[in-house]
Design a protein around this ligand. Sequence first.
Ligand code: NAD
Length: 274
Amino acid sequence: METQGIRIVWEVSMNTLQGRVALITGAASGIGRASALLFASEGAAIVALDRAAEVETTVTAIRSAGGRAIALLADSSAEDAVAGAVDLAVREYGSLDVCYANAGISGGLVPFFEETVERWTEVLKINLIGTFLAAKYAALEMVRRRRGSIICTASVAGLRSGAGCMPYSASKAGVISLVQTAANQLTGTGVRINAICPGLIETGMTRPIFEQARARGSEGRIGQLNPLRRFGVPDEIAQTALFLASDASSYVNGQAIAVDGGLSTSHPIVIRRE
Ligand code: NAD
């Protein structure tokens, strides 16, 4: 893969998740879609959940490449839908080994005093309660088999301010806390749960930022705040999700892993120009 003039090469084994079953929410677009395609190419059968009809295109792409996948058009913050998605995975594919709770919304860039209870409720319901529901129903199934990996998409916005509006940041901090507490609630079960904290990734959610920058001719400045000095692409998050889904991460539990080009490692600094 090439992005912003940099070539990225991954070793591909093609069978890291052979025989595994993965439920992925938010699989119609961006990080969820890239993860669904990658997990399937590594042998997993996929239940791809999204409220957007484009989830069908993810499933079509997987099947065209010879993989197994089912599309589920549903709201990831609705309890019945999430419980039903876990049941569907077990019914169709015989188990649930991986759950990637990834669906989320940005909530826009609204200033503090213009925030409302309605917007907070919507963002928390999808980003935090939806993640809780996926983790809960997946874990209920996984505990029975005494194995499984749950992955949640948090954000660098959950680590500190400056990467999203207030309810978004609070929801992602909540996801990190959920992962830490759930890992301990699942003590002794063999089920692991971790979060990924992406930095700025070009997806459907961030499209307006990229479109505005391209329209202004300032695309080259996107992502310049991190030491790698570029934005990320969905495949770079999907690769971390694959690691967390696989046995390669068998001793990684309760962690929030930043995948952000190093953005979250520093206080703001003035970069000296040569
Ligand atoms: P995206 O908009 O491309 O994908 C998000 C998907 O989630 C969409 O397909 C959308 O339809 C789906 N979705 C939203 N609400 C849903 C609901 N209630 N039920 C079912 N599906 C729903 O954006 P993305 O960047 O790929 O987002 C994936 C995750 O990554 C989100 O949790 C987001 O907060 C997180 N994230 C993104 C970035 C970034 O820079 N793009 C950075 C940090 C974290």
